[in-house]
Design a protein. Structure first.
Length: 270
């Protein structure tokens, strides 16, 4: 079972599924109905972005990578590159099924994602990589719901900011657990750049801010199912920050940190 979970994580399938669930959750809050083709397009976009990023990291790593995800992408580099090319073609074909407003916002996401990779290639030290990546992720899950909305309400903006903080915190927590692996692979991360203590303080600040925003979001809306889910999401990340010694085994930190984006699925069942 553990091998299956790690295989899913290495392929970024958990992140892809979590993005789809989060987008469906946003659609529920915004009160719009997204189509299957929109969610297929989102899944393809998120998977390609993450896979390309991991293939890039694997290519840059000198010798055999110690990080399990980088090692996986090193080992299956050619196979994954071929699959990514096929998935890209599928995504291009899926465009025919999307409404024009979604395609228009989707092109903005493509441009933003392209700028992200250009930034990674040109910057000697990608200081703001995690900020950029969190923004791309939230833009991705928001594209379909917002493209169908007639207006943009204040509570929706707050909800997107909450998801941005959660995504950014996720991208800070994982390298906090993998700092020694990154050092051994000579990989730069936010933790190797800023130090563990600074990143921990930043995480605590972000999660407290996120909690306050969730309280305000709960005040603005009567979505009773959404509020406890958001609290559970931020609480999970807070536990990972405060009690890291309990979650290193079997890469539980990855399961929980990436898994918070599955939690909005509970609201979809209500």
């Amino acid at each position: 079972m553990q091998r299956i979970i790690h295989f899913i994580q290495n392929l970024s399938l958990d992140i892809t599924i979590g993005a789809v669930i989060s987008s469906l959750f946003l659609a529920r809050v915004i009160n719009v109905e997204v189509s299957a083709s929109m969610m297929i397009g989102l899944a393809i976009a998120i998977w390609l972005i993450y896979t390309f990023d991991h293939l890039r990291d694997a290519y840059k790593t000198k010798g055999r990578a110690n990080n399990p995800r980088h090692a996986f992408h090193q080992k299956y580099f050619n196979e994954l590159a071929g699959i990514a090319a096929a998935i890209f073609c599928l995504g291009a074909y899926n465009l025919e099924s999307l409404p024009w407003p979604t395609i228009r916002l989707g092109f903005v996401l493509i441009i933003f994602s392209s700028l992200y990779f250009v930034y990674l290639m040109l910057a000697k030290k990608a200081i703001s990589k995690e900020l950029f990546a969190a923004t791309v992720y939230v833009a991705g899950i928001a594209t379909a719901p917002l493209s169908l909305a007639e207006t943009v309400e204040a509570e929706w903006v707050i909800l997107l900011l909450i998801f941005w903080i959660l995504a950014y915190a996720n991208l800070l927590i994982i390298p906090s657990y993998e700092v020694e692996l990154d050092k051994s692979d000579d990989e730069s991360s936010v933790v190797t750049r800023l130090g563990e203590l600074r990143v921990k303080r930043l995480l605590l600040f972000l999660l407290v801010l996120c909690t306050l925003l969730i309280q305000y979001f709960g005040y603005l809306t009567n979505l009773s199912a959404a509020y406890p889910i958001l609290i559970l999401m931020v609480s999970t990340l807070l536990i990972l920050v405060l009690r890291p010694q309990y979650f290193r085994k079997y890469q539980l930190y990855r399961i929980l940190s990436d898994g918070i984006f599955f939690l909005p699925g509970i609201a979809l069942l209500v």
